[in-house]
Design a protein around this ligand. Structure first.
Ligand code: PPS
Length: 317
């Protein structure tokens, strides 16, 4: 169990109490994800579903304004690094969550215990996206290679000063969420601690539980599911438009989705390396990286993680 002190000390300084006491509106919609599970993808889809597929209406606006990160936004007042990060996410000075019109779309990577109390009390809508943890591990490793050079992590701290060029250096830390993994998954939460509480609540009326792999297989069906959950009527044409605009290829050419400014100025990612937010995409990427031994270790640990749960993830298509 990760306590409030750990969460406050890992990476960014999160304003734990402010987040817990955040005033939720009854019609807020929360997107919740374990990092690297398809957050950027959903941050493109949700505003479009909300506005009936009007792509022009979101062009030129930071996706971090359309769907702001709850924890980054609320912690920015107390943490200068976070304020700088917000700037590089193209969030205007003075931006505040209470300025947003209802219904607000908000996103968080926090596990359930650290979310605002009022989400549960007011039973506000939660869209949860889960991705298989092997592909998440690979995706996180690419992110780590970027962030370890960017100054967010402390280069005096031995576990953070490693090169992490090879997946084998990152893999053991990912499994237990220590070292740099704790920084990039900035609250040290392991995958199952994040996913399972929402899987258990998947039949609640205010919860929509989606899987990244289902989005890969049939994005149109997922867009329809999301619209129904959000009480939005979409024409067939609008569903097609959203599907096309949010395809991997289309998002690869979408500067706002790629978060180019943030990648260059915060993560220090070079243009030729490409954005870690829209990178390769797909299911089963881990097969190109995990050794037989690493895969066996992962399988054993994964079985422990999901023991007693009927959650089934798709690891390959
Ligand atoms: S983050 O840092 O937590 O916000 O990352 P997140 O956005 O959750 O996850 C990044 C991965 O999502 C992939 N992605 C997509 N896959 C399929 N289709 C679309 N349109 C799409 N957009 C983003 C992205 O490539 C990252 O996965 P990997 O495996 O690294 O490619």
């Amino acid at each position: 169990m990760v306590d409030a002190e750990t969460i406050a000390n890992a990476g960014f300084k999160l304003s734990v109490d402010k987040i817990k006491n955040f005033e939720v509106r009854p019609d807020d919609i929360f997107l919740l994800t374990f990092p690297k599970s398809g957050t950027t993808w959903m941050k493109e889809i949700l505003p479009l579903v909300m506005n009936g597929g009007d792509i022009d209406a979101i062009t030129g606006t930071s996706r971090d304004v359309l769907v702001p990160y709850l924890e980054f936004q609320l912690s920015a007042d107390d943490d200068p690094i976070m304020r700088e990060v917000q700037k590089q996410m193209l969030i205007p000075d003075g931006f505040a969550l209470d300025q947003l019109q209802s219904p607000r779309l908000l996103v968080s990577h926090l596990r359930s215990e650290f979310l605002p109390r009022a989400i549960e009390e007011k039973r506000v809508k939660v869209i949860y996206v889960a991705r298989n943890p092997k592909d998440i591990a690979i995706s996180s490793h690419y992110f780590v290679k970027a962030v370890q050079l960017c100054g967010i992590v402390d280069s005096n701290e031995p576990s953070q000063a490693k090169a992490y060029q090879d997946f084998s250096e990152f893999f053991p830390e990912f499994l237990v969420m220590k070292g740099i993994a704790q920084i990039v998954h900035y609250h040290g939460t392991r995958w199952h601690e994040h996913v399972l509480p929402w899987w258990e609540r998947r039949h609640d009326r205010n919860v929509l539980f989606l899987k990244y792999e289902d989005m890969i297989q049939d994005l149109k069906a997922c867009v329809r599911q999301i619209a129904k959950f959000m009480d939005v009527r979409l024409t067939d044409g609008a569903v097609d438009k959203i599907r096309d605009h949010c395809s991997f290829q289309s998002m690869k050419n979408n500067k706002m989705a790629l978060k180019n400014t943030y990648c260059t100025n915060v993560l220090g990612v070079k243009a030729e390396e490409g954005s870690p937010f829209v990178r390769v995409g797909g299911v089963g990427l881990w097969k190109n990286t995990l050794t037989v031994a690493q895969n066996e270790t992962f399988n054993e640990i994964y079985q422990e993680w999901i023991k007693g749960s009927d959650l089934e993830m798709t690891f390959e298509l």
